[in-house]
Design a protein around this ligand. Structure first.
Ligand code: PLP
Length: 368
């Protein structure tokens, strides 16, 4: 048996998404910037996709800009808005696609401030309020953490930022397609999304920029995407992504119920292991992710590798190499004991309860 429980790293592409891409890789191969019929066909497909994303998320089509994924969206938005405000407020639990940009911006003279983080992974909201009351800022706080699943209070942060003339960007890579998100009511000014986290293809994503704001392009070389992102659009990727997003949002309620059930089953079956603990807010966090610290006595560099040999794919956090568990910058920030190995299991609608049981029995064999 095999159990792929690393859906926060990437997901299986939905068949429907894959099928929708095929014509744009074979017969409909026009460049969307070409004026002839081949080009116009590709352009029409992209604009239909833009409309669909906008409709699904409560935005307007002009506010959606296609990118190569979440990393590019984060880079583009942060570089543009942090330079405008001269100050960036974020947290050390963000993905490296935010942290490394913040680090570079700091070297370039931007005032970068990292909020304090509590033991469940929540940023200090009072500190944020004090800071932005003093000076309007660019704020970047992720919707849901990719290692622990901790979900920040997006509606409250949005209101706070709007009231204090600050720009609120959220890396929503783990949330889009998994949580109901209505951009017409949330005061989010910029958002990053990635297709391969919601059963779309890799190498494609989008950013949302609220129409009150404009960002400078990070990638230069053409007028595409309303002059916000140069380069020939990945037509097939965009079509596949939007099909995947439509499927996810159409079935959101039932998928949430189903995947939540898998997570609860996992927790119920693993919690009796002596010395095991949960990282992050496992009760209120994202229903797709469970992060555990294993007993010190079982901490073993080869645990992930051995799990993989048994047929269970999990992760040691955001980064791991050659099956070895590496220290996670997120867990470190939350004060989790680094001597105890941490494992992340993440679920999708394509997992089954048999796979959960199989993963638990495999893990128990390795921990005993
Ligand atoms: N942000 C978060 C929270 C992620 O989990 C990831 C992917 O791991 C990214 C950004 C990067 O997205 P992409 O792989 O589309 O560049």
């Amino acid at each position: 048996m095999q159990a792929y429980l690393d859906n926060a790293a990437t997901t299986q592409i939905a068949d429907e998404a894959f099928e929708s891409m095929k014509p744009f890789l074979t017969t409909n191969y026009g460049n969307p910037s070409s004026l002839h019929s081949h080009g116009r066909q590709a352009r029409a497909a992209i604009e239909l996709c833009r409309k669909s994303v906008a409709q699904l998320l409560g935005a307007s089509p002009k506010e959606i800009i296609f990118t190569s994924g979440g990393t590019e969206a984060n880079n583009t938005i942060l570089r543009s808005v942090a330079k405008k405000y001269g100050r960036l407020i974020t947290a050390k639990t963000e993905h490296h696609a935010v942290l490394e940009v913040a680090h570079k911006l700091s070297n370039e003279g931007i005032d970068v401030i990292y909020l304090d983080i509590d033991s469940l992974g929540y940023p200090d909201y009072d500190q944020l309020e004090t800071l932005i009351k003093k000076s309007p800022s660019a704020v970047s706080l992720m919707f849901a953490n990719n290692e622990t699943g901790t979900v920040v209070d997006v509606p409250m942060i949005g209101k706070l930022c709007s009231a204090n003339n600050s720009f609120f960007h959220t890396d929503a890579v783990q949330a889009i397609g998994h949580l109901p998100i209505n951009l017409s009511t949330l005061e989010i000014h910029g958002l990053s999304a990635s297709a391969h986290k919601f059963h779309g293809p890799k190498g494609t994503g989008f950013m949302y920029i609220n129409k009150q704001h404009r960002i400078r392009p990070f990638i230069l070389g053409g007028p595409q995407e309303n002059e916000s992102r140069a380069g020939t659009e990945n037509v097939a990727g965009i079509v596949g992504m939007v099909k995947a997003l439509e499927l996810s949002i159409d079935h959101l309620e039932q998928d949430i119920k189903y995947v939540k059930g898998l997570k609860e089953r996992f927790i119920e079956k693993i919690k009796s292991v002596e010395g095991l603990s949960f990282n992050g807010d496992h009760k209120n966090g994202l229903y797709t992710i469970v992060n555990i610290s294993i007993p010190k006595t079982s901490a073993n560099e080869l645990l992930l590798f051995n799990l993989d040999l048994k047929g269970v794919a999990a992760s040691g956090g955001s980064a791991c190499s050659a099956g070895a568990v590496q220290e996670s910058h997120v867990l470190k920030e939350m004060g989790v004991d680094p001597q105890r190995g941490a494992l992340r299991f993440s679920f999708s609608r394509y997992n089954t309860s048999d796979e959960i049981d199989f993963a638990i029995s495999s893990l128990r064999e390795l921990l005993d």
